[in-house]
Design a protein around this ligand. Structure first.
Ligand code: UDP
Length: 483
């Protein structure tokens, strides 16, 4: 393997980073890997689960410009036929894929001469036993909010104590040291306790305490209560005895921009400062045909500038693009309202499937982000001082949207009350977009987002809390190398 030579020649700790497939996990773990190499003197091998990897994932991990000291090693593909079908829920499909792929993990770690540590995401917890057998410490990088982690660590207890569905509880769920979670905001994976997705979520979650350390992708000013609770509340202290470090925001810093991405940025250059709404629903998000039409009309009626990452509508599934994002060939004209592109041309830009999100959020012309509130999108938006029009779709995004709107004050919610399953009308969308770009409330939210941007930069700076936390762990890894 390519890593061997570099590793043998160097005195740097060798860390393996392992992510489950899906851009929402691969992007932050890959970024984490780069930071270990560029800022903390480590060698990193990133293990890539190739089965069901999207085109976007393949392009990211096989880009030619990886920093020296970072290599990507592919898992052999596995055959999932007979284990999953087209109807298998997303987390179950992903977990079965990971389980089968990790059958090769032991031999890969041996070939890599037993690294100093392995860092995994939440859905690779089968790695704990394998690494233990090889005496390799295993850390977890939690890719979602710390509030979600706090809620989820409560799950084994809720599972024992509550009969019936959590969504039917009469009151919000009290989370030690944190804001309660309203039942309508509960993540999809815990809304049906008979589902396979629930069983997998509970399985992975119950195993978090096996980690030798937990990295949180957050910073204290953004999530003060949850970060403190996880570190200091007796409920979590008893459960998580290993160190817990907030090291975020770990987000893409720059990204290679090619093809349509270049077009996107060239178009942004032509627009006035703080004038464009960026509309993108994460790596998997899709809308129903009816909802897509309303969103198109809402954007058009608002008369504001926009960049819209569009995907073929799907009436049955809100995350239909999850497994093939970036590869989908879609023709927006075939599903957008007739002549929408012509009518909004000059004021709006439609980009099929995928756009360079961070580069767009960094741009001075971007005023607001209409987002599904996946945690990476939230971090990327706030780290660039951009307020959010929250349109949660799946997973834990409703929780994120509520916190951002009601506690942090950087978002306005237009959709996402699960119980309603309603189509959000064009007037409501028009109002939210106008409010965010032209209104006083939008300006206030932008100011709060900009304060968070400042504090994020401070946390990541050389003596900042996030940088220091990761530096301390890297020092420990280096110390084990000397022994
Ligand atoms: N993303 C992007 N371009 C797109 C859509 C998404 O670069 O057109 C990236 C985005 O920057 C983020 C990730 O994909 O890093 C999505 O992660 P998030 O947690 O927001 O949502 P998920 O895809 O997991 O639902």
């Amino acid at each position: 393997m390519a890593t061997d030579v570099a590793e043998l020649q160097s005195k740097k700790p060798h860390i393996v980073v392992l992510s489950s497939p899906g851009m929402g996990h691969v992007i932050p773990l890959f970024e984490f890997a780069k930071r270990l190499v560029l800022l903390h003197g480590c060698h990193v091998t990133f293990l890539n689960i190739t089965t069901e990897a999207s085109v976007a994932q393949i392009q990211l991990l096989h880009s030619p410009n990886l920093p020296l000291g970072l290599s990507v090693v592919d898992f052999p593909p596995v055959d999932l036929s007979g284990m999953v079908t087209d109807h298998t829920l997303a987390l179950t499909r992903l977990s079965v894929n990971v389980q089968q792929s990790l059958l090769s993990l032991k031999s890969m770690l041996l070939q890599l001469h037993r690294p100093q540590a392995v860092v995994i995401d939440l859905f690779c917890t089968q790695a704990f036993e394998i690494c233990k057998e090889l005496s390799i410490p295993t850390f977890m990088f939690f890719t979602a909010s710390t509030h979600l982690l706090a809620f989820s660590l409560l799950l084994p207890q809720l599972d024992r104590d509550v009969t019936g569905e959590f969504v039917d509880l009469a009151a919000p769920i009290q989370v030690p040291g944190c804001s309660p979670v309203r039942t309508q905001d509960l993540l999809d994976q815990v809304r049906d306790r008979k589902s396979d997705d629930y069983k997998w979520y509970l399985y992975h979650l119950s195993r978090v305490p096996m980690a030798d350390g937990v990295f949180l992708n957050t910073w204290e000013d953004l999530e003060q209560l949850p970060v403190r609770a996880i570190r200091e509340h007796s409920f979590y202290k008893k459960m998580l005895t290993a160190p817990v470090c907030s090291i975020g925001p770990v987000i893409k810093e720059t990204e290679p921009v090619t093809g349509r991405g270049t077009e996107c940025l060239a178009w942004l250059e032509e627009q006035p400062a703080n004038s464009v709404v960026f509309v993108a629903l994460g790596s998997g998000g899709t809308l129903s045909a009816e909802q897509l039409t309303e969103l198109a009309w809402g954007l058009e009626l608002s008369r504001q500038r926009f960049i819209w990452v569009v995907r073929t509508p799907n009436d049955a599934n809100a995350c239909a693009a999850f497994f093939d994002v970036g590869g989908e060939m879609n023709d927006p004209k075939s599903y957008l309202p007739e002549r929408f592109i012509e009518r909004t041309g000059g004021r709006g830009l439609v980009v099929p499937s995928w756009a360079p999100q961070v580069a767009v959020l960094q741009h001075r012309s971007t005023a607001a982000f209409l987002s599904h509130c996946g945690w990476n999108s939230v971090l990327e938006s706030l780290a660039h001082g951009v307020p959010i029009i929250a349109w949660p779709l799946y997973s834990e995004q409703r929780m994120n949207a509520t916190t951002l709107a009601e506690e942090v004050g950087v978002a306005v919610k237009v959709a996402g009350e699960k119980a309603e399953r309603r189509v959000v009308g064009r007037e409501e969308i028009e109002r939210a977009v106008r409010l965010m770009v032209e209104g006083r409330e939008g300006m206030e939210m932008r100011q709060r987002a900009m304060k968070l941007q400042e504090s994020a930069m401070k946390a990541l700076g050389y003596s900042g809390s996030s940088h220091e936390s990761l530096a301390r762990v890297a020092e420990q890894w280096k110390a084990t190398l000397k022994n």
